[in-house]
Design a protein around this ligand. Structure first.
Ligand code: FAD
Length: 545
């Protein structure tokens, strides 16, 4: 059958477009809009049944963004900005999904998207200088350019525990939550994992369940969200000069318009530090606490430890049982080196009589059985297991398309055998006309993704238009440029504390995954300048043919 499909592709039954965009989330939608305006024919392909990406799949209770929604929005169309008003500081998943549906309608994007269509393979054809994209549903696609807008947190990690199949109760994954919701009333529920999705869902699950048992391997730092209306100070900054506010975000370190902090911890007294910390804690804003306390918190262990201690003090105060409080306190990574979480009642939930925390550091899970979960020492009978075990981040969805075959029959998984190799996190040597949005090697998950996505989509579409207008058909980075970028990535990573933590940023959460810090740590604004400079210096590091 494979051979027959191939033969028919070559006979020309493929859908022919200028550009194929895989993914119809934040990135894919904006790409389709920009490509159409630039005069390209394009098709979007998504495994999902509709637009939304992250916000289509993650329907677990409590799912929200944790970058303030006024910042986690598209900024490319000033009229769009006034046509949509967010109801909360941190919008819920249903509201963000409605927003992305509104975008799809407003720019009439759905007519170019093939839903329920998974891309399984991609092959560069040297003779025609086109990609051939194979799908599991309908015609393959023949395109000049192949853009993966497949998401950084879109490939859920399979459970690593034996016996899941034996379990007789219900099993759910936060990243694939049923569209009709799940009624947990009166049930005995286990949640495995204490990352962002768990921290958001645990308080709501605890309110429904007869009993909730949380299985924790690594505690995370979580800060109160203080959700509600968008804060007046941020709103007035935005409304007083929208264009300047957006521009400041684009030039900032994390994609949110906060000034660069220059004061270092040892220039402040204890009282001043505590005052800054309390203000940040009350602000309920990750980017605020990550960037506005003192400049050395992200680069120096001493400056960082002060923040860690202050947060641990908050956890101790919030959780009544001292043993549970101790188990919830992170002690194996610098604050910010692993993605911190925003919580609404998370720590307080452990004061409920129907909630138990199991510390897997002390008693690891042995197996999942027909009736529940057994650790070294205890067994817990449950009706429902919720896996909040995270994602094969940044490279998972890219590598799941297999093989991606570039020039000379080279496969991306071979080129990336020792970890992702890219130029600017956007392109790969040997893979002409192939682009990744927020790929490994770009700021990506260390930023407000809305800002990073727009920057990448703009850069790619502008390059494709310039290439076409100059009469070229292909672009591809040189080996030297790619090696240089990897060197620069490594240099930048030495300046932050990210390298000191085993996290999904480094691939440590996926057994067997090559370890290495995947996002670019140099910051959103500096990264944008580099991408712009590559262009202004005549496409430095690229071969055009
Ligand atoms: P996605 O939204 O992940 O979309 C990718 C799409 O590609 C998916 O629909 C998927 O089905 C499709 N796809 C993948 N592979 C294939 C294939 N082979 N064939 C066909 N289709 C495929 N970021 C922030 O900046 N702020 C936040 O507050 C924030 N909150 C988050 C909360 C959660 C619960 C999660 C999981 C992530 C959050 N993120 C947040 C990160 C979020 O992923 C990005 O902000 C953004 O939504 C990514 O958009 P995207 O279009 O790049 O990818």
């Amino acid at each position: 059958a494979m051979v027959a499909t191939r033969a028919s592709d070559e006979r020309g039954t493929a859908q022919k477009v200028d550009v194929a965009v895989v993914g119809a989330g934040f990135a894919g939608l904006y790409l389709l809009h920009r490509l159409r305006k630039a005069g390209f024919s394009a098709v979007g392909l998504d495994e999902a049944g509709d637009v939304g990406g992250t916000w289509y799949w993650n329907r677990y209770p409590g799912a929200r963004c944790d970058i303030q929604t006024i910042d986690y929005s598209y900024t490319f169309d000033p009229e769009l900005e006034t046509a949509w008003t967010w109801s909360e500081k941190y919008a819920t998943q249903p509201e963000i999904l409605r927003y992305l549906g509104f975008i799809a309608d407003r720019y009439d994007l759905r007519r170019d998207i093939r839903f329920k269509t998974k891309v399984t393979e991609a092959r560069w054809d040297e003779a025609s200088e086109r990609w051939l994209i194979t799908t599991d549903n309908g015609a393959p696609v023949s395109c000049r350019h192949y853009i993966m807008a497949t998401g950084c947190l879109s490939a859920p990690k399979p459970p690593e525990i034996d016996g899941v199949k034996d379990f007789k109760g219900e099993v759910y994954f936060t990243g694939r939550w049923p569209h009709d919701g799940v009624d947990l009333t009166g049930k005995r529920v286990a949640v495995i994992g204490t990352g962002s999705s768990a921290i958001q869902s645990i308080p709501l699950i605890a309110e429904q369940a007869a009993h909730l048992t949380v299985f924790q391997r690594t505690p995370n730092f979580a800060l109160p969200a203080h959700n509600g209306p968008a804060p007046a100070d941020r709103m007035s900054l935005l409304q007083s000069d929208r264009a300047a506010y957006r521009e400041q975000a684009r030039q900032s370190m994390a994609g949110v318009p906060y000034p660069q902090q220059t004061v270092v911890s040892w220039q402040l007294s204890d009282a001043e530090r505590r005052e800054r910390f309390e203000r940040a804690w009350a602000a309920g804003d990750l980017v605020h606490i990550l960037t506005q306390l003192w400049a050395d918190q992200a680069v120096d262990l001493d400056g960082n430890k002060i923040v860690q201690d202050l947060i641990r003090e908050k956890i101790r105060a919030a959780v009544k049982d001292p043993e549970t409080a101790a188990a919830l306190m992170p002690d194996d990574h610098p604050f910010g080196a692993k993605r911190p979480c925003l919580d609404t009642n998370y720590y307080a939930t452990y004061n409920r009589p129907n909630v138990t925390l199991v510390n897997l550091r002390k008693e690891p899970i042995k197996a999942i059985t027909a009736s529940g979960i057994s650790t070294n020492g205890r067994s817990f009978d449950v009706d429902v297991i919720v896996f909040a075990t995270g994602f094969d981040a940044m490279t998972g969805a890219i590598r799941a398309v297999h093989p991606i075959t570039g020039r000379g029959g080279k496969s991306l998984s071979d080129v990336w055998a020792q970890g992702p190799q890219t130029y600017l996190g956007l392109t790969v040597e040997g893979f002409p006309n192939f682009f990744m949005i927020t790929g490994p090697g770009s700021p990506s998950v260390l930023s407000n993704m809305a800002v990073s996505i727009e920057q990448h989509a703009d850069w790619v579409v502008d390059r494709l238009a310039a290439l076409r207008d100059a009469g070229f058909t292909t672009m591809e980075p040189t080996e030297t440029a790619q090696a240089g970028w990897n060197r620069h990535m490594a240099d930048c990573s030495m300046l932050t504390l990210h390298r000191l933590a085993n996290t999904w940023y480094t691939g440590a959460n996926v057994p067997g995954k090559v370890q290495g810090l995947m996002p670019y740590t140099g910051g959103v604004g500096p990264y944008r300048s580099i991408c712009d400079e590559v262009v202004s210096r005549g496409m430095l590091g690229f071969k055009l043919t």
